[in-house]
Design a protein around this ligand. Sequence first.
Ligand code: UDP
Length: 314
Amino acid sequence: MKRILITGCAGFLGSHLSDRFLKEGFDVIGMDNLLTGEMNNIAHLMKEKHFTFYHHDVSKFVHVPGDLDYILHFASPASPIDYLKMPIQTLKVGSLGTHNLLGLAKAKKACLLIASTSEVYGDPLVHPQSEEYWGNVNPIGPRGVYDEAKRFQEAITMAYHTYHGLDIRIVRIFNTYGPRMRLNDGRALPAFFGQAIKGEDITVFGDGSQTRSFCYVDDQVEGIYRLLMSDYHLPVNIGNPVEISIKDVAEEILTLTNSTSKIIYLDLPKDDPKVRKPDISKAKEILAWEPKVSRKEGLELTYQYFLKKIESNN
Ligand code: UDP
């Protein structure tokens, strides 16, 4: 039986990945310091024989007894609101945390996959973004703590690959949504769902003409799984290339939820990328992967999750 360590296992993506690797027959060790993760997301796994939970901050030395075949590093605050509130922890988990996991992977001869992000492209001057684009990032802006931690994470991971021969994977994750997102994480989709369901104003930032491309979580998990199982060590974009403006997605959510909420327009946060859309040619070619879930289906599934969550008040 293969053993995998998943950091950030109580978070949105980490918990879905824990489910997937258990389903694939792995022994899963989940690690989380619960800064932004929630035990609710993994409560159903706590009685699984092949799931072990460690409450630990990976920015501190990481000890895991026994063999490890794979490590997935998914621990990090990941929404602009979260990393604005926790700038130092965000920098530390991407830098010190990654260094600790690289050391662990080297000691265990494990393959390490790091969760990078479309934020490495910053406010992109090339559209859509392919893996060859180096990005346009403001290192000292509000997003710098996340963007630069993730860029450093890629650099140090690649250095361990070239210098130590470590087996690595780098996934650049574009906006992903679905059940288990936190309603209060400040991201556009949970914010709009929460507001629409409660009849509050829908807070669109700027004029809403900025674009994003939203990937449903099951597609994202499938892409990550395929990347880990491949032997490709360079960065791969995983995301849905169907682009939409924020105003249009707010309107789709209003229609879907049958809400009487009104859209209000607030100031655009500093350095908010104006456009974002992944070029997924590489994932298609190397992993034979592309998203399968349409936004209509994905938003409906997400709506049902938030509706239940708000109705049951947890
Ligand atoms: N956004 C918005 N209203 C909100 C939250 C976010 O208009 O209540 C906008 C935000 O300014 C950005 C887009 O929606 O342009 C996506 O934001 P999100 O925080 O989901 O992720 P980002 O892609 O910016 O990291």
